[in-house]
Ligand binder design. Structure first.
Ligand code: KIV
Ligand code: ZN
Length: 528
Protein backbone atom coordinates (compact mmCIF):
# COMPACT_ATOMS: atom_id res chain seq x y z
CA UNK A 1 0.00 0.00 0.00
CA UNK A 2 1.22 3.45 -0.68
CA UNK A 3 4.08 2.17 -2.81
CA UNK A 4 5.66 4.74 -5.09
CA UNK A 5 5.84 3.75 -8.75
CA UNK A 6 9.34 3.86 -10.17
CA UNK A 7 10.03 4.67 -13.83
CA UNK A 8 12.20 1.55 -14.19
CA UNK A 9 11.04 -1.62 -15.93
CA UNK A 10 8.90 -3.68 -13.64
CA UNK A 11 8.96 -6.93 -15.50
CA UNK A 12 11.72 -8.59 -17.48
CA UNK A 13 9.18 -9.87 -19.94
CA UNK A 14 6.49 -7.73 -21.45
CA UNK A 15 3.12 -9.17 -20.64
CA UNK A 16 1.80 -8.83 -24.16
CA UNK A 17 2.61 -12.45 -24.95
CA UNK A 18 0.19 -14.35 -22.75
CA UNK A 19 1.92 -17.67 -23.35
CA UNK A 20 5.48 -16.61 -22.60
CA UNK A 21 6.87 -18.36 -19.50
CA UNK A 22 9.34 -16.39 -17.37
CA UNK A 23 12.28 -18.58 -16.39
CA UNK A 24 13.61 -17.72 -12.93
CA UNK A 25 16.84 -19.48 -12.05
CA UNK A 26 17.71 -20.04 -8.40
CA UNK A 27 20.78 -22.26 -8.82
CA UNK A 28 22.89 -19.79 -6.86
CA UNK A 29 20.38 -19.37 -4.02
CA UNK A 30 18.21 -22.47 -3.46
CA UNK A 31 20.73 -24.58 -5.41
CA UNK A 32 23.58 -23.43 -3.22
CA UNK A 33 21.56 -24.49 -0.17
CA UNK A 34 22.29 -28.15 -1.10
CA UNK A 35 24.81 -29.35 1.50
CA UNK A 36 28.30 -29.16 -0.03
CA UNK A 37 27.29 -27.13 -3.10
CA UNK A 38 28.97 -23.90 -2.13
CA UNK A 39 30.25 -21.64 -4.90
CA UNK A 40 32.74 -18.80 -4.66
CA UNK A 41 32.29 -15.34 -6.11
CA UNK A 42 34.19 -15.98 -9.31
CA UNK A 43 32.21 -19.18 -9.91
CA UNK A 44 28.89 -17.44 -9.30
CA UNK A 45 29.77 -14.71 -11.76
CA UNK A 46 30.70 -17.34 -14.34
CA UNK A 47 27.35 -19.09 -13.84
CA UNK A 48 25.39 -15.81 -13.89
CA UNK A 49 26.96 -14.70 -17.17
CA UNK A 50 26.22 -18.05 -18.77
CA UNK A 51 22.61 -17.97 -17.54
CA UNK A 52 22.23 -14.47 -18.97
CA UNK A 53 23.65 -15.57 -22.32
CA UNK A 54 21.32 -18.57 -22.22
CA UNK A 55 18.31 -16.27 -21.94
CA UNK A 56 17.26 -16.77 -18.32
CA UNK A 57 14.81 -13.97 -17.41
CA UNK A 58 15.51 -13.69 -13.68
CA UNK A 59 18.66 -14.79 -11.85
CA UNK A 60 18.40 -15.18 -8.08
CA UNK A 61 21.99 -14.58 -7.02
CA UNK A 62 21.69 -15.25 -3.30
CA UNK A 63 20.32 -14.25 0.07
CA UNK A 64 22.24 -11.04 0.83
CA UNK A 65 21.69 -10.92 4.59
CA UNK A 66 22.71 -14.56 5.04
CA UNK A 67 26.47 -13.88 4.75
CA UNK A 68 28.97 -11.39 3.41
CA UNK A 69 29.73 -13.88 0.63
CA UNK A 70 26.09 -13.93 -0.46
CA UNK A 71 25.88 -10.15 -0.29
CA UNK A 72 29.02 -9.72 -2.37
CA UNK A 73 27.85 -12.31 -4.91
CA UNK A 74 24.49 -10.59 -5.47
CA UNK A 75 26.18 -7.19 -5.67
CA UNK A 76 28.79 -8.32 -8.22
CA UNK A 77 26.26 -10.27 -10.31
CA UNK A 78 24.04 -7.18 -10.28
CA UNK A 79 26.93 -5.15 -11.71
CA UNK A 80 27.79 -7.46 -14.60
CA UNK A 81 24.43 -8.85 -15.69
CA UNK A 82 22.56 -6.47 -17.98
CA UNK A 83 19.79 -8.37 -19.74
CA UNK A 84 18.35 -10.57 -17.01
CA UNK A 85 16.70 -9.31 -13.84
CA UNK A 86 18.91 -9.94 -10.80
CA UNK A 87 17.13 -10.95 -7.65
CA UNK A 88 18.08 -11.07 -3.97
CA UNK A 89 16.13 -13.01 -1.33
CA UNK A 90 14.94 -11.42 1.92
CA UNK A 91 12.85 -12.57 4.87
CA UNK A 92 9.98 -10.35 6.00
CA UNK A 93 12.27 -8.11 8.02
CA UNK A 94 13.38 -4.55 7.32
CA UNK A 95 17.07 -5.39 7.77
CA UNK A 96 16.84 -8.26 5.27
CA UNK A 97 15.04 -6.15 2.71
CA UNK A 98 17.43 -3.22 3.07
CA UNK A 99 20.44 -5.51 2.77
CA UNK A 100 18.97 -7.08 -0.38
CA UNK A 101 18.35 -3.62 -1.85
CA UNK A 102 21.89 -2.53 -0.98
CA UNK A 103 23.25 -5.53 -2.90
CA UNK A 104 20.99 -4.82 -5.88
CA UNK A 105 21.75 -1.08 -6.16
CA UNK A 106 23.70 -1.39 -9.40
CA UNK A 107 21.42 -3.84 -11.15
CA UNK A 108 19.92 -2.81 -14.46
CA UNK A 109 16.78 -4.74 -13.47
CA UNK A 110 16.71 -5.36 -9.70
CA UNK A 111 14.16 -7.57 -7.99
CA UNK A 112 13.62 -8.14 -4.27
CA UNK A 113 12.11 -11.51 -3.44
CA UNK A 114 10.65 -11.51 0.04
CA UNK A 115 8.91 -14.43 1.75
CA UNK A 116 7.09 -15.47 4.88
CA UNK A 117 5.55 -18.76 5.93
CA UNK A 118 1.77 -18.96 5.82
CA UNK A 119 0.95 -22.60 6.66
CA UNK A 120 -0.55 -23.35 10.10
CA UNK A 121 2.41 -25.62 10.91
CA UNK A 122 5.06 -23.05 10.03
CA UNK A 123 3.23 -20.11 11.63
CA UNK A 124 2.72 -21.95 14.91
CA UNK A 125 6.03 -23.80 15.32
CA UNK A 126 8.57 -21.99 13.18
CA UNK A 127 7.47 -18.37 13.35
CA UNK A 128 5.43 -18.54 16.56
CA UNK A 129 3.21 -15.86 15.11
CA UNK A 130 -0.57 -15.64 14.80
CA UNK A 131 -2.14 -15.46 11.32
CA UNK A 132 -2.98 -11.79 12.01
CA UNK A 133 0.66 -11.00 12.78
CA UNK A 134 1.78 -12.84 9.65
CA UNK A 135 -0.76 -10.97 7.54
CA UNK A 136 0.46 -7.61 8.86
CA UNK A 137 4.11 -8.61 8.35
CA UNK A 138 3.36 -9.46 4.70
CA UNK A 139 1.89 -5.98 4.13
CA UNK A 140 4.75 -4.25 5.96
CA UNK A 141 7.54 -6.20 4.26
CA UNK A 142 6.17 -5.99 0.72
CA UNK A 143 5.42 -2.25 1.11
CA UNK A 144 8.92 -1.61 2.39
CA UNK A 145 10.49 -3.61 -0.44
CA UNK A 146 8.29 -1.87 -3.00
CA UNK A 147 9.27 1.55 -1.72
CA UNK A 148 12.89 0.65 -2.43
CA UNK A 149 12.69 -1.51 -5.52
CA UNK A 150 10.45 -1.34 -8.61
CA UNK A 151 10.12 -5.10 -8.92
CA UNK A 152 9.00 -7.11 -5.89
CA UNK A 153 8.19 -10.79 -5.67
CA UNK A 154 6.42 -12.26 -2.67
CA UNK A 155 6.30 -15.93 -1.62
CA UNK A 156 4.05 -17.54 0.98
CA UNK A 157 6.50 -20.19 2.17
CA UNK A 158 4.91 -23.65 2.50
CA UNK A 159 2.19 -22.29 0.23
CA UNK A 160 0.88 -25.72 -0.77
CA UNK A 161 0.09 -26.56 2.88
CA UNK A 162 -1.55 -23.19 3.58
CA UNK A 163 -5.30 -22.86 4.20
CA UNK A 164 -6.89 -21.54 1.05
CA UNK A 165 -8.72 -18.60 2.63
CA UNK A 166 -5.58 -17.39 4.33
CA UNK A 167 -3.51 -17.90 1.17
CA UNK A 168 -5.98 -15.79 -0.84
CA UNK A 169 -6.02 -13.08 1.82
CA UNK A 170 -2.23 -12.76 2.04
CA UNK A 171 -1.78 -12.91 -1.74
CA UNK A 172 -4.35 -10.16 -2.24
CA UNK A 173 -2.67 -7.99 0.39
CA UNK A 174 0.81 -8.62 -1.04
CA UNK A 175 -0.38 -7.47 -4.47
CA UNK A 176 -2.03 -4.39 -2.96
CA UNK A 177 1.22 -3.64 -1.15
CA UNK A 178 3.11 -3.67 -4.45
CA UNK A 179 4.18 -7.23 -5.31
CA UNK A 180 4.07 -7.80 -9.06
CA UNK A 181 5.01 -11.49 -8.86
CA UNK A 182 3.31 -13.93 -6.50
CA UNK A 183 5.35 -17.09 -6.16
CA UNK A 184 3.65 -20.18 -4.76
CA UNK A 185 6.28 -22.49 -3.29
CA UNK A 186 5.78 -26.18 -2.73
CA UNK A 187 8.45 -25.84 -0.08
CA UNK A 188 8.44 -29.47 1.07
CA UNK A 189 7.73 -31.10 -2.31
CA UNK A 190 4.37 -32.39 -1.08
CA UNK A 191 1.88 -31.52 -3.77
CA UNK A 192 0.88 -33.52 -6.87
CA UNK A 193 0.08 -32.12 -10.34
CA UNK A 194 -3.73 -32.16 -10.16
CA UNK A 195 -3.83 -30.66 -6.72
CA UNK A 196 -1.31 -27.97 -7.63
CA UNK A 197 -3.08 -26.91 -10.80
CA UNK A 198 -6.34 -26.73 -8.81
CA UNK A 199 -4.58 -24.47 -6.28
CA UNK A 200 -3.40 -22.09 -9.01
CA UNK A 201 -6.91 -22.03 -10.52
CA UNK A 202 -8.36 -21.36 -7.08
CA UNK A 203 -6.07 -18.32 -6.70
CA UNK A 204 -7.05 -17.06 -10.12
CA UNK A 205 -10.74 -17.41 -9.27
CA UNK A 206 -10.71 -16.05 -5.73
CA UNK A 207 -8.08 -13.33 -5.47
CA UNK A 208 -9.75 -10.21 -6.91
CA UNK A 209 -6.53 -8.44 -7.97
CA UNK A 210 -4.63 -11.54 -9.16
CA UNK A 211 -4.49 -10.18 -12.73
CA UNK A 212 -2.14 -7.44 -11.46
CA UNK A 213 0.59 -9.98 -10.74
CA UNK A 214 2.41 -12.80 -12.48
CA UNK A 215 1.83 -16.14 -10.79
CA UNK A 216 5.05 -18.02 -10.26
CA UNK A 217 5.73 -21.52 -8.95
CA UNK A 218 8.68 -22.92 -7.01
CA UNK A 219 8.55 -26.70 -6.68
CA UNK A 220 10.77 -29.01 -4.68
CA UNK A 221 11.42 -32.54 -5.79
CA UNK A 222 10.91 -34.62 -2.65
CA UNK A 223 8.46 -36.91 -4.45
CA UNK A 224 10.13 -36.54 -7.84
CA UNK A 225 7.27 -34.32 -9.04
CA UNK A 226 8.86 -30.87 -9.18
CA UNK A 227 8.86 -30.59 -12.97
CA UNK A 228 5.42 -32.21 -13.38
CA UNK A 229 3.96 -29.88 -10.75
CA UNK A 230 5.52 -26.81 -12.38
CA UNK A 231 4.11 -27.73 -15.79
CA UNK A 232 0.68 -28.47 -14.34
CA UNK A 233 0.71 -25.01 -12.73
CA UNK A 234 1.54 -23.41 -16.08
CA UNK A 235 -1.48 -25.16 -17.57
CA UNK A 236 -3.59 -23.53 -14.86
CA UNK A 237 -2.23 -20.03 -15.46
CA UNK A 238 1.18 -19.71 -13.78
CA UNK A 239 3.60 -17.75 -15.98
CA UNK A 240 6.89 -17.97 -14.09
CA UNK A 241 8.75 -21.16 -13.18
CA UNK A 242 11.51 -21.15 -10.58
CA UNK A 243 14.11 -23.79 -11.29
CA UNK A 244 17.78 -24.71 -11.05
CA UNK A 245 20.45 -26.16 -13.32
CA UNK A 246 20.62 -29.96 -12.86
CA UNK A 247 17.74 -29.67 -10.38
CA UNK A 248 20.11 -28.61 -7.59
CA UNK A 249 18.47 -27.37 -4.38
CA UNK A 250 17.43 -28.09 -0.81
CA UNK A 251 17.06 -31.83 -0.05
CA UNK A 252 15.91 -33.54 -3.28
CA UNK A 253 16.35 -30.28 -5.17
CA UNK A 254 14.17 -27.97 -7.26
CA UNK A 255 12.57 -28.37 -10.67
CA UNK A 256 15.39 -28.76 -13.21
CA UNK A 257 15.60 -25.89 -15.71
CA UNK A 258 16.68 -28.22 -18.51
CA UNK A 259 13.68 -30.52 -18.00
CA UNK A 260 11.15 -27.72 -17.74
CA UNK A 261 12.44 -25.94 -20.83
CA UNK A 262 12.85 -29.02 -23.00
CA UNK A 263 9.44 -30.38 -21.98
CA UNK A 264 7.83 -27.10 -23.05
CA UNK A 265 9.77 -27.08 -26.29
CA UNK A 266 9.35 -30.75 -27.20
CA UNK A 267 5.65 -30.95 -26.29
CA UNK A 268 4.62 -27.58 -27.65
CA UNK A 269 1.70 -29.43 -29.25
CA UNK A 270 0.08 -30.01 -25.84
CA UNK A 271 1.71 -27.14 -23.91
CA UNK A 272 1.61 -24.14 -26.25
CA UNK A 273 4.00 -21.96 -24.23
CA UNK A 274 7.36 -20.44 -25.02
CA UNK A 275 10.44 -19.46 -23.04
CA UNK A 276 13.34 -17.18 -23.93
CA UNK A 277 15.90 -19.94 -23.33
CA UNK A 278 18.46 -20.75 -26.00
CA UNK A 279 18.36 -24.46 -25.41
CA UNK A 280 21.76 -25.10 -27.05
CA UNK A 281 23.32 -23.70 -23.85
CA UNK A 282 21.78 -26.38 -21.65
CA UNK A 283 24.65 -28.87 -21.74
CA UNK A 284 27.25 -26.18 -21.06
CA UNK A 285 25.29 -24.85 -18.10
CA UNK A 286 24.85 -28.34 -16.71
CA UNK A 287 28.57 -29.12 -17.03
CA UNK A 288 29.61 -25.80 -15.53
CA UNK A 289 27.38 -26.20 -12.47
CA UNK A 290 28.45 -29.81 -12.04
CA UNK A 291 32.13 -28.87 -12.29
CA UNK A 292 31.79 -26.01 -9.82
CA UNK A 293 29.75 -27.85 -7.21
CA UNK A 294 31.29 -31.29 -7.65
CA UNK A 295 27.75 -32.71 -7.93
CA UNK A 296 28.02 -35.34 -10.64
CA UNK A 297 25.00 -35.64 -12.93
CA UNK A 298 23.56 -39.16 -12.80
CA UNK A 299 24.06 -40.93 -16.17
CA UNK A 300 20.34 -41.50 -16.72
CA UNK A 301 19.31 -37.95 -15.75
CA UNK A 302 16.80 -36.54 -18.26
CA UNK A 303 18.26 -34.13 -20.86
CA UNK A 304 21.79 -33.77 -19.42
CA UNK A 305 22.74 -37.28 -18.23
CA UNK A 306 25.54 -39.00 -20.15
CA UNK A 307 23.07 -41.62 -21.40
CA UNK A 308 20.25 -39.22 -22.25
CA UNK A 309 21.01 -39.54 -25.98
CA UNK A 310 22.84 -42.90 -25.97
CA UNK A 311 21.26 -45.86 -27.74
CA UNK A 312 22.64 -49.13 -26.50
CA UNK A 313 20.36 -51.94 -27.62
CA UNK A 314 20.76 -53.36 -31.13
CA UNK A 315 17.09 -52.82 -31.96
CA UNK A 316 17.28 -49.15 -30.95
CA UNK A 317 20.54 -48.61 -32.84
CA UNK A 318 19.06 -50.19 -35.92
CA UNK A 319 15.98 -47.96 -35.67
CA UNK A 320 18.15 -44.87 -35.17
CA UNK A 321 20.18 -45.65 -38.26
CA UNK A 322 16.99 -45.88 -40.30
CA UNK A 323 15.35 -42.77 -38.82
CA UNK A 324 16.49 -40.78 -35.77
CA UNK A 325 12.86 -40.08 -34.86
CA UNK A 326 12.30 -43.75 -34.03
CA UNK A 327 13.88 -43.38 -30.60
CA UNK A 328 14.79 -39.70 -30.29
CA UNK A 329 12.14 -37.13 -29.29
CA UNK A 330 14.63 -34.25 -29.39
CA UNK A 331 18.04 -33.95 -30.97
CA UNK A 332 21.30 -33.88 -29.00
CA UNK A 333 22.17 -30.69 -30.91
CA UNK A 334 19.07 -28.93 -29.53
CA UNK A 335 20.59 -29.10 -26.02
CA UNK A 336 24.07 -28.19 -27.25
CA UNK A 337 25.44 -31.69 -27.31
CA UNK A 338 27.60 -32.01 -30.39
CA UNK A 339 28.03 -35.50 -31.77
CA UNK A 340 30.99 -37.06 -29.97
CA UNK A 341 33.27 -36.50 -32.89
CA UNK A 342 36.94 -37.21 -33.20
CA UNK A 343 38.28 -33.71 -33.38
CA UNK A 344 41.96 -33.43 -33.68
CA UNK A 345 45.17 -35.27 -33.13
CA UNK A 346 48.73 -34.44 -32.26
CA UNK A 347 49.35 -32.77 -35.62
CA UNK A 348 46.60 -30.20 -35.18
CA UNK A 349 47.86 -26.65 -34.95
CA UNK A 350 47.12 -23.76 -32.62
CA UNK A 351 44.75 -22.11 -35.08
CA UNK A 352 42.63 -25.26 -35.52
CA UNK A 353 42.60 -25.68 -31.76
CA UNK A 354 41.42 -22.09 -31.29
CA UNK A 355 38.65 -22.64 -33.87
CA UNK A 356 37.59 -25.82 -32.10
CA UNK A 357 37.42 -23.97 -28.77
CA UNK A 358 35.23 -21.34 -30.36
CA UNK A 359 32.89 -24.02 -31.66
CA UNK A 360 32.72 -25.45 -28.12
CA UNK A 361 31.87 -22.01 -26.73
CA UNK A 362 35.23 -20.99 -25.25
CA UNK A 363 36.92 -17.66 -25.94
CA UNK A 364 40.22 -17.71 -24.08
CA UNK A 365 42.73 -14.97 -23.48
CA UNK A 366 46.29 -15.52 -24.80
CA UNK A 367 47.73 -17.01 -21.60
CA UNK A 368 44.86 -19.41 -21.00
CA UNK A 369 44.88 -20.37 -24.68
CA UNK A 370 48.61 -21.14 -24.61
CA UNK A 371 48.20 -23.19 -21.47
CA UNK A 372 45.20 -25.09 -22.87
CA UNK A 373 47.05 -25.74 -26.16
CA UNK A 374 50.09 -27.09 -24.34
CA UNK A 375 47.83 -29.40 -22.32
CA UNK A 376 46.02 -30.47 -25.51
CA UNK A 377 49.34 -31.43 -27.13
CA UNK A 378 50.29 -33.46 -24.07
CA UNK A 379 46.95 -35.28 -24.18
CA UNK A 380 47.17 -35.82 -27.95
CA UNK A 381 50.64 -37.34 -27.52
CA UNK A 382 49.39 -39.84 -25.01
CA UNK A 383 45.87 -40.59 -26.18
CA UNK A 384 44.94 -42.09 -29.54
CA UNK A 385 41.60 -40.30 -30.00
CA UNK A 386 40.90 -36.79 -28.74
CA UNK A 387 37.20 -35.99 -28.40
CA UNK A 388 35.29 -32.78 -27.74
CA UNK A 389 34.75 -33.93 -24.15
CA UNK A 390 38.54 -34.25 -23.68
CA UNK A 391 39.02 -30.69 -24.86
CA UNK A 392 36.25 -29.33 -22.64
CA UNK A 393 37.78 -31.11 -19.61
CA UNK A 394 41.29 -29.85 -20.19
CA UNK A 395 40.17 -26.30 -20.96
CA UNK A 396 38.03 -26.19 -17.81
CA UNK A 397 41.08 -27.41 -15.94
CA UNK A 398 43.39 -24.83 -17.54
CA UNK A 399 40.94 -22.00 -16.81
CA UNK A 400 40.50 -23.07 -13.21
CA UNK A 401 44.21 -23.35 -12.51
CA UNK A 402 45.10 -20.00 -14.09
CA UNK A 403 46.67 -17.64 -11.56
CA UNK A 404 46.86 -19.82 -8.54
CA UNK A 405 49.44 -19.78 -5.78
CA UNK A 406 50.10 -23.52 -5.80
CA UNK A 407 50.93 -24.94 -9.22
CA UNK A 408 51.39 -28.55 -10.21
CA UNK A 409 54.76 -29.35 -11.84
CA UNK A 410 55.25 -33.13 -11.83
CA UNK A 411 54.35 -36.39 -10.10
CA UNK A 412 55.99 -39.82 -10.01
CA UNK A 413 54.20 -42.64 -8.22
CA UNK A 414 55.20 -46.18 -7.36
CA UNK A 415 52.03 -48.26 -7.11
CA UNK A 416 51.10 -51.94 -7.15
CA UNK A 417 50.60 -54.85 -4.79
CA UNK A 418 54.07 -54.95 -3.26
CA UNK A 419 54.07 -51.54 -1.63
CA UNK A 420 54.85 -49.25 -0.04
CA UNK A 421 53.13 -46.95 -2.53
CA UNK A 422 55.23 -43.85 -2.87
CA UNK A 423 54.58 -40.44 -4.45
CA UNK A 424 57.25 -37.92 -5.39
CA UNK A 425 55.74 -34.54 -6.19
CA UNK A 426 57.05 -31.21 -7.38
CA UNK A 427 54.89 -28.12 -6.91
CA UNK A 428 55.48 -24.41 -7.23
CA UNK A 429 54.39 -22.41 -4.24
CA UNK A 430 54.27 -18.69 -5.03
CA UNK A 431 56.73 -19.36 -7.86
CA UNK A 432 59.20 -21.34 -5.71
CA UNK A 433 59.76 -25.01 -6.53
CA UNK A 434 59.17 -27.46 -3.66
CA UNK A 435 59.36 -31.25 -3.64
CA UNK A 436 58.39 -34.11 -1.34
CA UNK A 437 58.61 -37.91 -1.49
CA UNK A 438 56.13 -39.68 0.78
CA UNK A 439 54.49 -43.11 1.21
CA UNK A 440 50.81 -43.79 1.77
CA UNK A 441 48.10 -46.39 1.98
CA UNK A 442 47.71 -46.64 -1.78
CA UNK A 443 48.87 -44.30 -4.56
CA UNK A 444 46.15 -41.64 -4.06
CA UNK A 445 46.85 -41.46 -0.34
CA UNK A 446 50.60 -41.19 -1.04
CA UNK A 447 49.95 -38.38 -3.56
CA UNK A 448 47.76 -36.40 -1.17
CA UNK A 449 50.26 -36.97 1.68
CA UNK A 450 53.05 -35.59 -0.51
CA UNK A 451 50.99 -32.47 -1.25
CA UNK A 452 50.36 -32.15 2.48
CA UNK A 453 54.10 -32.10 3.15
CA UNK A 454 54.64 -29.30 0.63
CA UNK A 455 51.53 -27.33 1.66
CA UNK A 456 50.75 -28.07 5.34
CA UNK A 457 47.06 -27.64 6.13
CA UNK A 458 44.31 -28.92 8.41
CA UNK A 459 41.62 -29.45 5.77
CA UNK A 460 39.62 -32.70 5.84
CA UNK A 461 38.93 -34.63 2.65
CA UNK A 462 35.13 -35.02 2.40
CA UNK A 463 34.85 -36.38 -1.12
CA UNK A 464 37.11 -38.01 -3.69
CA UNK A 465 35.46 -38.89 -6.97
CA UNK A 466 36.78 -40.09 -10.33
CA UNK A 467 34.88 -39.87 -13.58
CA UNK A 468 36.03 -40.99 -17.04
CA UNK A 469 35.54 -38.18 -19.56
CA UNK A 470 35.12 -40.52 -22.54
CA UNK A 471 35.14 -44.24 -23.24
CA UNK A 472 38.24 -46.45 -23.34
CA UNK A 473 41.09 -47.24 -20.98
CA UNK A 474 43.03 -44.24 -22.29
CA UNK A 475 40.17 -41.87 -21.36
CA UNK A 476 40.99 -38.75 -19.40
CA UNK A 477 40.08 -38.96 -15.74
CA UNK A 478 38.20 -36.03 -14.25
CA UNK A 479 38.67 -36.00 -10.49
CA UNK A 480 36.63 -34.03 -7.96
CA UNK A 481 37.66 -33.48 -4.35
CA UNK A 482 35.81 -31.65 -1.64
CA UNK A 483 37.80 -30.28 1.32
CA UNK A 484 36.53 -28.79 4.55
CA UNK A 485 38.34 -26.43 6.89
CA UNK A 486 36.74 -24.58 9.81
CA UNK A 487 33.25 -25.26 8.49
CA UNK A 488 34.04 -23.95 5.00
CA UNK A 489 33.96 -26.36 2.09
CA UNK A 490 35.61 -26.03 -1.30
CA UNK A 491 35.49 -28.19 -4.40
CA UNK A 492 38.47 -28.80 -6.66
CA UNK A 493 38.65 -30.48 -10.04
CA UNK A 494 41.43 -31.79 -12.21
CA UNK A 495 41.63 -33.65 -15.49
CA UNK A 496 44.39 -35.74 -17.02
CA UNK A 497 44.79 -39.09 -18.80
CA UNK A 498 46.66 -40.21 -15.66
CA UNK A 499 44.20 -40.60 -12.78
CA UNK A 500 46.84 -39.80 -10.17
CA UNK A 501 47.91 -36.60 -11.90
CA UNK A 502 44.23 -35.62 -12.22
CA UNK A 503 43.84 -36.37 -8.49
CA UNK A 504 46.82 -34.19 -7.59
CA UNK A 505 45.51 -31.35 -9.78
CA UNK A 506 42.05 -31.57 -8.20
CA UNK A 507 43.48 -31.54 -4.66
CA UNK A 508 45.71 -28.57 -5.50
CA UNK A 509 42.78 -26.73 -7.08
CA UNK A 510 40.76 -27.17 -3.86
CA UNK A 511 43.72 -26.07 -1.72
CA UNK A 512 44.12 -22.93 -3.83
CA UNK A 513 40.47 -22.10 -3.17
CA UNK A 514 41.02 -22.64 0.56
CA UNK A 515 43.99 -20.27 0.48
CA UNK A 516 41.80 -17.63 -1.16
CA UNK A 517 39.08 -18.16 1.47
CA UNK A 518 41.63 -17.98 4.29
CA UNK A 519 43.17 -14.83 2.81
CA UNK A 520 39.77 -13.16 2.92
CA UNK A 521 39.05 -14.06 6.54
CA UNK A 522 42.48 -14.03 8.23
CA UNK A 523 45.18 -12.48 6.07
CA UNK A 524 47.97 -12.86 8.62
CA UNK A 525 47.46 -16.58 9.10
CA UNK A 526 47.59 -17.21 5.39
CA UNK A 527 51.20 -16.68 4.61
CA UNK A 528 52.21 -20.31 4.24
O1 KIV B 1 11.18 -23.49 -1.01
C1 KIV B 1 10.85 -22.36 -0.64
O2 KIV B 1 9.77 -22.15 -0.04
C2 KIV B 1 11.76 -21.27 -0.91
C3 KIV B 1 11.22 -19.89 -0.72
C4 KIV B 1 12.23 -18.96 -0.18
C5 KIV B 1 10.66 -19.41 -2.02
O3 KIV B 1 12.85 -21.49 -1.36
ZN1 ZN C 1 12.96 -23.54 -2.21
Amino acid sequence: MGATQSPKTIHPVTRTDANRIIIFDTTMRDGEQSPGASMNLEEKIKIALLLEEMGVDVIEGGFPIASNGDFEAVREIAKVVKNSSVCGLARAARADIERAWEALQHAERPRIHTFLSTSPLHMKYKLQMTPEQVHQAVIDSVSHARNLCPDVEWSPEDGTRTEHDFLCRTVESAIKAGASTINIPDTVGYTVPEEFSALIRMLKNHVPNIDKAVISVHCHNDLGLAVANSLAAVGAGARQIECTVNGLGERAGNAAIEEVVMALRTRHDVMPYTTGIKTEYITRASRLVSAITGFVVQPNKAIVGANAFAHESGIHQDGMLKHAGTYEIMTPESVGLGKSTLVMGKHSGRHAFKMKLKELGFELGDNALNDAFRRFKEVADRKKDVYDEDIVALVDDAIQQGDERIKFVSLQVIAGSKGPQTAEIELQLDGVSKTAKVTGNGPVDATFNAIHVVVPHTARLLLYQVHAVTEGTDAQAEVTVRLEENGKTVVGQGADPDTLVASARAYIHALNKLLTKRAKTAPAALRA
